[in-house]
Write a protein that binds this ligand. Structure first.
Ligand code: C5P
Length: 227
């Protein structure tokens, strides 16, 4: 059964806590730079004290020693999952894995905000056709060979990742948009039912819930697609 991870990209602890009070069944929160820079480690501890699992999404992409020490810091906070960029390369990924202990590392493949054209512009290559499915599968393969246990991929590449990943690998999928919700800055999106059908193990949902007039109703509607 897939799980929902709430991307808590809100600007402060009070707003986060108010939202969480309304979602008592929620099991996972994702903390990225927006909230971490305002709430810091104390907020992570507060979420853990509520019994939540914490996905720290700071997308490390740095020299191996720096990333390994960041991973150690996340472990000290008892974070459950954290992200590294696959494009940081094999040496960085291996150093992160070596430091990770019980913390599950998720490799970010190609950001869901990239369309094909923008991505290939950034990396200076231009394959025939879209090519992003193959690129995501390539990055996933490399990261998994380095020992990472989860891959972050858009809904459009879930099946391509599963073909190269073992059964126990988590496929963590942002870019989820229930029908009727705009895409915002995301390019490669799908609705929750399609992402679950394709085999996502974890759906990351932020603005469709956090900016909804009725966040509880949107949360509950998405949860219906998870089993
Ligand atoms: O608000 P929305 O549902 O678009 O939030 C998606 C979340 O997932 C954001 O916090 C974003 O930083 C994160 N994310 C993403 N694409 C990735 C990796 C993480 O959108 N490839």
């Amino acid at each position: 059964m897939a799980e929902l991870i709430l991307a808590l990209d809100v600007r402060g602890r009070d707003e986060a806590e108010r939202l969480l009070d309304r979602l008592p069944d929620l099991r996972w929160v994702k903390v990225g730079p927006v909230l971490f820079l305002r709430g810091g480690p104390a907020l992570i501890r507060a979420f853990k004290a509520r019994g939540l699992r914490v996905f720290l999404d700071l997308k490390w992409h740095d020299i191996p020693t720096t990333v390994a020490e960041a991973v150690e810091g996340a472990r000290e906070l008892a974070v459950d999952m954290a992200t590294v960029h696959a494009l940081g390369g094999q040496e960085m990924l291996r150093a992160a894995v070596q430091a990770s202990g019980g913390l599950r590392l998720a490799a970010v493949s190609v950001l869901t905000s990239h369309g094909a054209e923008g991505y290939w512009d950034s990396v200076g290559r231009s394959p025939a056709g879209d090519g992003l499915k193959a690129e995501v599968a390539r990055l996933a393969t490399m990261a998994l060979e380095c020992g990472v246990q989860a891959v972050v991929a858009s809904p459009q590449e879930i099946e391509a990742v599963r073909r190269v990943a073992g059964r126990d690998v988590w496929i963590v999928t942002p870019g989820i948009r229930p029908s009727g919700h705009g895409a915002d800055d995301q390019r490669r999106t799908a609705d929750p039912a399609a992402a679950v059908r394709a085999g996502a193990t974890h759906l990351v949902v932020g603005r469709p819930i956090t900016r909804a007039i009725d966040p509880v109703a949107v949360y509950e509607a998405i949860c219906q697609f998870l089993s």
